[in-house]
Design a protein around this ligand. Structure first.
Ligand SMILES: C[S@@+](CC[C@H](N)C(=O)[O-])C[C@H]1O[C@@H](n2cnc3c(N)ncnc32)[C@H](O)[C@@H]1O
Length: 127
């Protein structure tokens, strides 16, 4: 663990909020901004400790802000993200996973969701 910085700000009621900027999870903090590789950060989070995950992983479909990876490398990495998210999610938790899409010849193609990544075994369903 290298990074450990703090940023203080006031919420709308004037209460001081401390944002911890780190590259790994630590339970003592109220609010953490993790700046790290996503799988490495997820590995530092305890099992079944998270109620809600909202994620927009790379789509790998050539958006201007992304570098395209080989398909098998991309899928293996995203499977690991899905596995780690499943591990840290509480039984009563939920995950919102943004799926990229592109349009070709008036047809809409959807990117990979956790269930499409083989995550049905982990209990992922698509809605
Ligand atoms: C589909 S974009 C998310 C876009 C975001 N939802 C938005 O509305 O701007 C995927 C993001 O994941 C980041 N990213 C790519 N690989 C990553 C990794 N291994 N760990 C953490 N973030 C990563 C990219 O820099 C990019 O910002």
């Amino acid at each position: 663990m290298d990074r450990d910085e703090e940023l203080k700000f006031n919420d709308l009621s004037g209460r001081v909020i401390t944002l911890s900027i780190r590259d790994s999870y630590i339970s003592e903090k109220d609010l953490i901004l993790g700046i790290a590789d996503s799988v490495e950060f997820l590995r530092s989070v305890p099992d079944e400790s998270v109620k809600l995950i909202v994620t927009s992983p790379p789509y790998n479909i050539g958006k201007v802000y992304e570098e395209r990876a080989k398909l098998d490398e991309y899928l293996n990495y995203q499977r690991e993200v899905a596995r780690e998210c499943h591990r840290i999610l509480r039984e009563d938790g939920n995950i919102a996973w943004e799926v990229g899409n592109y349009v070709y010849d008036s047809e809409i193609f959807l990117g990979y969701s956790p269930s499409g990544l083989g995550g049905a075994d982990m209990g992922y369903t698509q809605c």
